[in-house]
Design a binder for this molecule. Sequence first.
Ligand code: ZN
Length: 160
Amino acid sequence: MQIADRCVAYFHYTLTNDAGDVLDSSEGRDALPYLHGKGNIVPGLEKALLGKSVGDKLNVTVAAEEGYGAHNPQLVQQVPRAAFQGVDNLEPGMQFQAESNMGPVSVVVTAVSGDTVTVDGNHPLAGETLHFAVEITQVREASVEEVLHGHVHGAGGHHH
Ligand code: ZN
């Protein structure tokens, strides 16, 4: 069975950046399931998996535009330290939920300088070229319910 719309495919993956650093991997975990055609995974990887079947191994390079998007400098902002009341030892790397006009977004503190805190609302992998090494381990038809919900149910998927 080949991967197509209305299919659930399970795959193992290792994700590296241009420098070869491993950013994420399914090693030691169950294969990751996704529902094809619903944007469950980044667009560049989803396109590359179309038509593949169990046992296929492939290396996929995904440009930032088809991955987590370009880095948007407008999402990097400087805010006063007073906005972080109740937070002791504010330091780079800390994550917070911030309100924006598009709803809550996750931001990371990238710098603390005196009373000024720099936060970045970009996805951590925005602007990165993604290198996936993928092995497909299972392909099955999606249930009607999965298609309606737009995600996988059961092991590795949603439980509700
Ligand atoms: Zn569901």
